[in-house]
Design a protein around this ligand. Sequence first.
Ligand code: FAD
Length: 562
Amino acid sequence: MDVSPKALSNGQRAADLERMAASELDLIVIGGGVTGAGVALDAAGRGLSVGLVEQRDYASGTSSRSSKLLHGGLRYLEQMEFSLVREALAERNLMLNRLCPHLARPVSFVYPLQHRVWERAYVGSGVLLYDGLASLAASPLPHPKHLSQTALLELAPGIDPESAVGGIRYWDAQVDDARHTMMIARTAASLGAAMAPSTRVTGLLEEDGRVGGVEALSLESRRTFGLRAKKVINATGVWSGDLQRMASDGGLTVEASKGIHLVVPKDRIRSDSGLILRTEKSVLFVIPWGEFWIVGTTDTPWTLGRAHPAASRSDIDYLLRWANSVLVDDLTPDDVVGVYAGLRPLLKGESDETSKLSREHAVLESENGLVSIAGGKYTTYRVMAEDAIDVAFPDAPPSRSEDIPLVGAAGYAEAVDAEPRHGVDSEAWQRLLGRYGGLVDEVLAPAEGHRDLLEPVTDDAPYLRAEILYGVTHEGALHLDDMLTRRTRLSIETSDRGVDSVEAVADVMGDVLGWTEGDRDDEVAHYVARVEAERDSQTQWDDRTADAARMGAPDVRTGESE
Ligand code: FAD
């Protein structure tokens, strides 16, 4: 199914909110993470009228803070969760082959072996099974390979020879999660969904004991809207309980578990492959990420602020210690360019009524009709979305999301083979294709008359001014934070954490969004304060003091610490 791409912009957002308020829709989705965006796409693809409200930015919750892997999860095989792994691998392959080949890319991992015989047999058979399950669903990736110690050290000279007698290499996939979620939202909008970020649900509308809509507050205009719909789906991840409490009903119990990641420069670890290591609790990944490595993750319970979870110095030291256990040249805190923390929405204590569709996610319709979907993995968002719509609309036509490529997928293959256009060199062209796919001409067209748009926004990162402009005009960025943290990754890919780019980015954004000088100063001040608070939190040893330090910077949308 071909989709003609629609722009997400400030104007579209305001118009969509009015559209949602004007008449009753089939569905309102609460939450613009990967799950909610996927639900909106699935619903629109089935011909339902749908609106989505997100309190901050697309993917501003967990969906911009993951390990960014599209994977089946090798470690679930140890728990004999074969059907779960198979389902996730099928989704991985679908994204690589059809849904978003422009955004998803193959990534290889090496598992360094410490024991010659039994470990090679044990891990080797797990990896073989993983590959077999992937092959059942048209895997486009190479098969795993056993490596001698010599071959391992040729591939990854940064591994300490004392720590490994050989290795096993296998392939998975990765994606920039925040961009991918935004592209799902854009695809939903292109299919007719009304999309309203910066819009917080503050209450549910009930009629005769049934949920019939939401009360929503625009965090931009401060206006309150009553949005009516036949069904409301709660896709708010770690906030699920808040919404269920508004429905004064029990439901799914979702707890938060914190995971942090470090970003370190590529030249600090000599390797042509990612690494996967077993830790005492789980696994640790060292994942290639452009000019960097992402090292993660941790897994600890979290009951503090959910909007901006803080990484503590203990979290950082934990990751460095594990990474250093196999590296020749130790990483130190000074090598860390960026840090981010996210919260896993974990399902707990499901009751009998829970429609338990897999071990990882669940959909529940409460007595007054609120449908909640939670748990799961980033990789399985499409299946989760389909399940949620099946529960909310049992009579709807079947899901078509398997056949709806995301915007930018069309024209991507042709653009990869084409000569670069619009005055960019081939390196920039290929980089842009990995972010915009076939939409690359739309991104670069404004630069035809304005060559300054081909200048990078800072000397320390490749992002062009044209990308900043496009982020506002077509990708729904409303604040500096949206642009520096999610449309680009300047906040984790520069040692100044984006601060040196704020003025240049604010100039481009402010022109389009009509910022006054006061608005502009306010945006800059919020971003700089956020970076300072994050840096401060990362020097604190425990969660409570780290959280208190992070809370020192107010949220740009609400002006409050939350
Ligand atoms: P969220 O992304 O949190 O979205 C919920 C949204 O609801 C938020 O944007 C929030 O602002 C909004 N919201 C809340 N309350 C309201 C309200 N009142 N009104 C309006 N909006 C509201 N999965 C993988 O497959 N691969 C991985 O590599 C991977 N790595 C991970 C690593 C870490 C450290 C973590 C924490 C998770 C990882 N996951 C991974 C899991 C995956 O990231 C999550 O399962 C997924 O992102 C959850 O998406 P979601 O849409 O359900 O939640």
